[in-house]
Ligand binder design. Structure first.
Ligand code: CAA
Length: 379
């Protein structure tokens, strides 16, 4: 594996780092404490090409490679994991399903708007009774002439508070298990479709997580994405890519927590010397740095496989699982290094800790990642 970054990738890292420090950092606290969705950033990110990094230029994207996209999520997440997940969900599971499974008309209609940041994308798979067992979803889509009528609800929809388009999965055949699931593109202002309750979460407070309600929501049949019964396959294929994005997001949190802990350990003096000079602390930092490095290698390894067009479902799950565990462990230890100060809102490590937890849960819990990896190993 080659972890040498190209000149273009280095430039992407620098550009995103500068953007994150200049535009994102000043509103991090507002996002976290007021559950504020940073809608103004979407336009700004669109203007500098971040909302469509791996999307081909012919559809208005930046036409850059997949690792560049992962670099952007990694760097944004070091400053704000909420902004990292907004970009990841928008691209990997909000836009890519249309790019890979849409008709030419659907691509022309939606992708330029999504890639420019005019539209924000979301992905609606999870239901109150169907989380890990996504194939058991109950939301119904019944065809009537040239329309489908959607009924049911979706929960925990990232970006949903402000999204313009939703990739929605519903059941068109109640006897066919996961082969009876079909995907649809639903626009925000469709009658019968309403944005419901907004969640008040432990962390990741800027990402606008909501319930969606569909009550006899009629959509034209041409809004169906792929064939009837292809929905589960579409969801899984795009989650494979999405999970590399969540790995990059987790990596950003872990790296930020490590950097803050190192800085603090060198400055904070107790017993007449910086606490970093105690092995109790330096061993902690050594373990944290090792976790970050392992997460980085697996994340960029999965990204490089994806870039080369090699099937990377197993590696994506490994990266997501390892990086999210690293984020959780490193953030926990960072608080320990800060002691009592780490437990207050005066320092960012408690936010890293709260943001890290959901990385072990969304886009497939880490238990589900083990199911996926286990299936590959035993194949
Ligand atoms: N990649 C490609 N194909 C896959 C796949 C994957 N990762 N996982 C399953 N499939 C395919 C299988 O190959 C199989 O195909 P065939 O029928 O052609 O053989 C088909 O899908 C069914 O597979 P299984 O029998 O294994 O399906 P299952 O019902 O047992 O479920 C599962 C498998 C892995 C548990 C799956 O349900 C799953 O991934 N669950 C987690 C759901 C999830 O990740 N939700 C995230 C919600 S979105 C989100 O979180 C976004 C956000 O807000 C940040």
């Amino acid at each position: 594996m080659n972890l040498q970054f190209t000149e273009e990738q280095h430039m992407m890292r620098k550009m995103v780092r500068d953007f994150a420090n200049k535009e994102v950092a000043p509103i991090v606290q507002q996002m976290d404490q007021e559950d504020y969705f940073p809608i103004e950033l979407i336009k700004q990110m669109g203007d500098i090409g971040l909302m469509g990094i791996p999307i081909p230029e012919q559809y208005g994207g930046s036409g850059m490679d997949f690792p560049s996209y992962i670099i952007a999520i990694h760097e944004l997440s070091k400053v704000s994991a909420s902004v990292g997940v907004i970009l990841s969900v928008h691209t990997s599971v909000g836009t890519n399903p249309i790019l890979y499974f849409g008709t030419e008309e659907q691509k022309q209609k939606y992708i330029p708007k999504l890639a420019s940041g005019e539209f924000l994308g979301a992905f609606a798979l999870t239901e109150p009774g169907a989380g890990s067992d996504a194939g058991s979803l109950k939301m119904k889509a019944v065809r009537e002439g040239e329309e489908y009528i959607l009924n049911g609800s979706k929960v925990f929809i990232t970006n949903g508070e402000k999204a313009d388009t939703f990739i929605v999965f519903a059941r068109t055949d109640s006897n066919a298990g996961n082969k009876g699931v079909t995907a649809f593109i639903v626009e925000r202002n469709t009658s019968g479709f309403e944005i419901g309750k907004k969640e008040h979460k432990m962390g990741m407070n800027g990402s606008g997580t909501v319930t969606l309600n569909f009550d006899n929501c009629r959509i034209p049949a041409e809004q169906r994405l792929g064939e009837e019964g292809e929905g589960f396959k579409i969801a899984m294929a795009n989650l494979n890519v999405g999970r590399i994005g969540i790995a990059a997001q987790s990596l950003g949190i872990a790296e930020a927590a490590l950097e803050h802990a190192v800085g603090y350990a060198k400055e904070r003096e107790q017993f007449g010397k910086p606490i970093a000079r105690n092995q109790g602390i330096s061993f902690k930092l050594a373990d944290m740095a090792t976790s970050v490095e392992a997460a980085k290698l697996l994340t960029y390894h999965a990204a490089n496989l994806r870039h080369q067009g090699i099937d990377c479902g197993k590696e994506a799950s490994m990266a997501k699982m390892t990086a999210s565990q690293a984020a959780m462990n490193v953030a926990t230890e960072a608080i320990q290094v800060y002691g009592g100060y780490g437990y207050t809102e005066d320092y960012p490590v408690e936010r890293f800790f709260r943001d890290a937890k959901v990385c072990e849960i969304y886009e497939g819990t880490n238990e589900i990642q083990r199911v996926v990896i286990g299936k590959h190993v035993l194949k």
